[in-house]
Design a protein around this ligand. Structure first.
Ligand SMILES: [Zn+2]
Length: 146
């Protein structure tokens, strides 16, 4: 995963290779899939911890998931306003992703609720390019049955 990268946009992911940005302002998380046993991982791994396969595939992951658990962060690094919600989100591929929860309060957060990945600028780098991060928001599809 080293070597020169061609920058085709003025926006860059907060960490190389983690996000695939789409032209419509959306984005997908990039994980890896084991071609031998079918397991998915995020962040992407070079070797499958289940079967030691080394020829892992890079694949975009689902943008929809459900909230596994969350916490309220009340102390953080400079530049990150508190409090905010931080949660683990289960994706259909069997991957559990850590991310900030946006667009809902602590009172509104419920284990198992449907969430959708969103991408947004989180700052600019020293070259003036937008740095893009991700968070999870209540899904438009919702799970309002309960
Ligand atoms: Zn495997």
């Amino acid at each position: 995963m080293s070597g020169p990268e061609t920058v085709t946009s003025t926006a860059v992911p907060f960490r190389p290779g983690v996000l695939e940005l789409e032209g419509n302002g959306g984005g997908r998380l990039i994980g890896s899939r084991c071609p031998a046993c079918g397991a998915h991982f995020f962040p992407a791994r070079e070797v499958c911890p289940g079967c030691l396969e080394q020829d892992m595939e890079r694949v975009p992951l689902s943008g929809q998931g459900s909230l596994y658990t969350y916490t309220v962060v009340r102390q953080s690094a400079p530049g990150f306003p508190v409090p905010y919600l931080l949660g683990y989100v289960d994706l259909p591929e069997g991957v559990r992703v850590l991310g900030q929860l946006a667009g809902l309060s602590q009172d509104e957060a419920r284990i198992g609720m449907a969430l959708a990945l969103t991408v947004q600028p989180v700052g600019t780098d020293e070259e003036g390019r937008e740095i893009i991060g991700y968070s999870f928001r209540p899904s438009a599809e919702g799970d309002r049955d309960d």
